[in-house]
Design a protein around this ligand. Structure first.
Ligand code: FA5
Length: 330
C-alpha cells in the first residue's frame, strides 16, 4: 500500500488521481475487495481485519481528497494566470457612438417645447389626400399643391409632404385647448444643395377657445425659441403665404455665418429663412368641426436648422452616412 501513497502524492492531474481512487476504493478496488473477502475469516480475525481495512479506507480517502483539492486549486491558479487581466497594460480606446446631427437638433427642439408644456403627437408617414391637403385648405386642383412636389402611391394615398396633417389628426381626436408639436419625417420630389427627398419637420399648433390667440403670441414664442437655439441672433418676420394660415409668415434669422453683413450662404441678404408660420385659417377649423376658437401654427425644417447649428454647407451630406463627417459630432 505504500506505493499507492507515493502514486497519489505524485499524481499530476485529476484523471490520474481518479484512476488511483478506482484502483483502491472503486467497486473492484483493492480495499473494496478486502472487505468482500472478510466473509472467509472467523469472527475474531474478521473483527481485526475489518478494523484495519476501515483505517486504510479512511486514510486513503483523506489522502485522495487532499490531493484532489490541491490539484483543483492548481488548475484554478493556472486558468487565472492564462485568462487574467493585466491591469498594467495600455487601454484600447473604445469607439463611442454619437447622435446624428439631425436627431440631436430634433431632440433640442422637442426639449424646448416640452418645457413649455407642449404635448408630442405623431401621425402616419403614408397619408390620405384629406389630411395632407384638403383639410388644410388645399382643395383638389388648388395651385398651391404645386408648392410641395408629392410622391403618390398607386392607391391614391401619398407620402406626407409636411407634418401639418398631424394638426388635423390631433384636432379630430381632441377638443381644444391644444398645445402640441409633431416631429417626424416628410417626403418631397426635391434634390439639391438645400433640399433632399426625405427630411424632417417639427410642426407646432396652439388652439384656444375664443379669440385668445394672437399673432403677438406666435411672434413671442418663435423669437424666444430661435434665441434658445442660436443665441443672440436677430429675428425677422416676413409676410408670406400658406393655404392653412392667414396671415402667414416666413421667419428669418440674421445670418450666423456673416453676422448679417452679407455672404455666399445668405446670398448677400444677411438673412436666413428658418421656418413658416401663421394664424390658423378658418377653413382648417371648419374641416375638423371646431367652432369659436383661435390658434397659431408653425413648421420648421430640422435639417435646415441642423445645417445652421453645425455649419454644414451641403444638406445632402447629412444622409450619406459618411463616418468622416459624422465622427465630428461625437
Ligand atoms: C411647410 O411645409 C408648412 N407645412 C410649414 C407650416 C406649418 C407653415 C404650419 C405654416 C403653419 P415649407 O414647404 O416652407 O412649409 O417647409 C418648411 C421648412 O421645411 C422649410 O423652411 C425648409 O426648412 C424645410 N424644407 C422644405 N423642403 C425641404 C427639402 N426638400 N429638404 C430639406 N428641407 C426642406
Amino acid at each position: 500500500m505504500q506505493e499507492y501513497k507515493i502514486k497519489i502524492s505524485n499524481a499530476s492531474n485529476l484523471n490520474e488521481l481518479e484512476s488511483l481512487r478506482l484502483e483502491l476504493l472503486g467497486k473492484k478496488g483493492k480495499i473494496t475487495a478486502g472487505f468482500a473477502s472478510l466473509k472467509e475469516l472467523d469472527a475474531e480475525q474478521k473483527k481485526q481485519a475489518a478494523a484495519q481495512l476501515n483505517t486504510l479506507k479512511d486514510e486513503f480517502s483523506a489522502l485522495i481528497e487532499n490531493k484532489k483539492s490541491q490539484l483543483e486549486n492548481e488548475h484554478i491558479k493556472q486558468t487565472m494566470q492564462a485568462d487574467g487581466v493585466d491591469v498594467s497594460l495600455f487601454s484600447q480606446p473604445c469607439e463611442s457612438g454619437a447622435l446624428h446631427p439631425v436627431m440631436d437638433t430634433m431632440d433640442k427642439i422637442i426639449e424646448y417645447f416640452i418645457s413649455l408644456n407642449f404635448s408630442v403627437e405623431n401621425g402616419p408617414l403614408i397619408e390620405d389626400d384629406f389630411h395632407n391637403f384638403e383639410a388644410l385648405n388645399l382643395p383638389p386642383f388648388h395651385p398651391a399643391r404645386d408648392m410641395q412636389d408629392t410622391f403618390y402611391l398607386n392607391d391614391f394615398r401619398l407620402l406626407r409632404t409636411h407634418t401639418s396633417p398631424v394638426q388635423i389628426r390631433t384636432m379630430q381626436a381632441q377638443k381644444p385647448p391644444i398645445r402640441m408639436i409633431a416631429p417626424g419625417a416628410v417626403f418631397r420630389r426635391d434634390l439639391d444643395l438645400t433640399h433632399t427627398p426625405m427630411f424632417h419637420q417639427v410642426e407646432g399648433l396652439v388652439v384656444e377657445e375664443g379669440l385668445k390667440v394672437s399673432f403677438a403670441n406666435l411672434k413671442d414664442i418663435l423669437e424666444n425659441f430661435l434665441k434658445y437655439l442660436f443665441g443672440d441672433v436677430r429675428v425677422r418676420f416676413r409676410p408670406s403665404f400658406f393655404p392653412f394660415t392667414e396671415p402667414s409668415t416666413e421667419v428669418d434669422i440674421s445670418c450666423i455665418f456673416c453676422g448679417g453683413s452679407g455672404c455666399r450662404v445668405c446670398k448677400q441678404t444677411g438673412w436666413l429663412e428658418v421656418l413658416g408660420a401663421g394664424i390658423v385659417d378658418e377653413n382648417v377649423f371648419k374641416a375638423v368641426n371646431y367652432k369659436n376658437v383661435s390658434g397659431y401654427a408653425f413648421g420648421l425644417g430640422v435639417e435646415r436648422l441642423a445645417m445652421l447649428l453645425h455649419r454644414i454647407p451641403d444638406l445632402r451630406s447629412l444622409f450619406e452616412a459618411d463616418l468622416r463627417l459624422l465622427e465630428q459630432f461625437r
